[in-house]
Design a protein around this ligand. Structure first.
Ligand SMILES: Nc1ncnc2c1ncn2[C@@H]1O[C@H](COP(=O)(O)OP(=O)(O)O)[C@@H](O)[C@H]1O
Ligand SMILES: [Mg+2]
Length: 357
């Protein structure tokens, strides 16, 4: 898919920006504080229904203005029509429209427009806690498997109920009544995650070779959230019940799942440099984009904030060559021109204005 138009109004320092990005690589250049990251933030908002830089009230709306607005038009591979979505937040909540209809669940936007974003927090994919890694897997699944969201919702609902009962010190019979629903949906959720990570691992191999051969072979190791090799989830919940009653929450299960990236040439616990961590995280994101492309016959958009930072010239060129080799539409920000071959559309960003170079 590729965006043919992106309008952003009153988003941080962007007062009124209207862009016509090219179908391939788009480079946004400008000095610090010009508004480059805010452009990607606007695109990300439309695809995720939230920013990667905190909540709305943390300064998303331009100072002195009432509302932030984002609007995009895009085309999908193999589909004649043009799609469009708009979002507006005036302090109270989000209002969204998709293809002319109002949307009551921002998830509908997420399903329509897929953007894979590398932002300053994306290092967490390899170095942070489990939460961003679980979200990464679930988001990838959400985009390629229609049946995933209902399973995820079923599990989340059951978990919420069980936790509420544990918190209110309900009796054992009441708590175990939820164990069956939790384990049925949790086993299914886990089965899908396992298959997804196996597939992602295959997608990752060629990406990692292209981006960072010096890091050696990368593999993904899944941690389901309980001792799955020896226990069913139902048994694990039963074993943990007494402890859960003391803790007041469910201590085992898919909500505790995680995965780790293992590098063939690094022993566990050996810290990666910031640049190496960035290359590893980029590899995972590109593998996810490639997976989506293969499963849906359409590449998602790829947005890379400050691509050049922390990468040496060789690795910058490797990343750019990889992107040029895909049909994906890419948005890259930077302070300096990237020494890369191939065509790209360049935009200058200065004091909240964005103009084609
Ligand atoms: N709510 C706001 N109203 C107006 N300006 C803001 C707001 N929030 C942030 N800014 C300013 O927006 C500018 C753009 O930031 P950013 O997009 O991160 O720039 P860049 O990525 O080009 O370095 C910064 O100068 C910042 O001070
Ligand atoms: Mg920036």
């Amino acid at each position: 898919m590729h965006v043919t138009r992106l309008d952003l109004r009153n988003l941080r320092n962007l007062a009124d920006v209207s862009l016509r990005p090219g179908p391939g690589l788009n480079l946004f250049l400008g000095p610090n504080g010009a508004g480059k990251t805010s452009v990607l933030e606007g695109l990300h908002l439309l695809a995720y229904g939230r920013s990667f830089r905190g909540r709305v009230r943390d300064g998303l709306i331009r100072t002195g203005q009432d509302a932030v607005e984002a609007f995009a038009e895009w085309r999908i591979e193999g589909d004649e029509g043009q799609h469009r979505a708009g979002l507006r937040h005036s302090g109270g909540g989000w209002e969204a429209r998709l293809d002319g209809e109002s949307v009551d669940h921002l998830g509908q936007l997420c399903a329509a427009l897929m953007v894979v974003t590398f932002e300053p927090g994306s290092h967490a994919l390899v170095s942070g806690g489990g939460e961003p890694r679980r979200r990464f897997v679930d988001r990838g699944l959400f985009h390629v498997e229609q049946g995933f969201l209902p399973v995820w919702r079923r599990y989340s609902r059951a978990l919420k109920q069980r936790n509420a009962l544990l918190k209110s010190r309900a009796g054992t019979a009441q708590i175990s009544a939820w164990d069956q629903e939790l384990s049925a949906s949790g086993e299914e959720l886990t089965r899908r995650r396992v298959l997804y990570l196996e597939r992602l691992q295959e997608r990752l191999a060629p990406v990692a070779t292209a981006l960072a051969p010096s890091l050696g072979l990368m593999s993904l190791e899944f941690e389901p959230g309980w001792r799955r090799s020896s226990l069913s989830l139902a048994d694990a919940l039963a074993v943990a019940r007494e402890r859960d009653q003391m803790l007041g929450h469910t201590s085992v299960g898919p909500h505790r799942a995680d995965w780790k990236l293992r590098l063939a040439d690094k022993s566990e616990g050996e810290a990666l440099s910031r640049g190496q961590a960035k290359l590893a995280a980029l590899s995972c994101l590109f593998a996810q984009a490639a997976d989506c492309a293969a499963e849906r016959a359409d590449w998602p958009l790829i947005a890379l904030d400050d691509l050049a930072s922390e990468l040496d010239a060789e690795h910058r060129a490797r990343v750019m060559d990889f992107l040029h080799g895909t049909p994906a539409q890419v948005f890259v920000t930077g302070t300096d021109r990237l020494e890369a071959s191939g065509e790209m559309a360049v935009f200058h960003v200065e004091q909240g204005c964005v103009e084609p170079a």
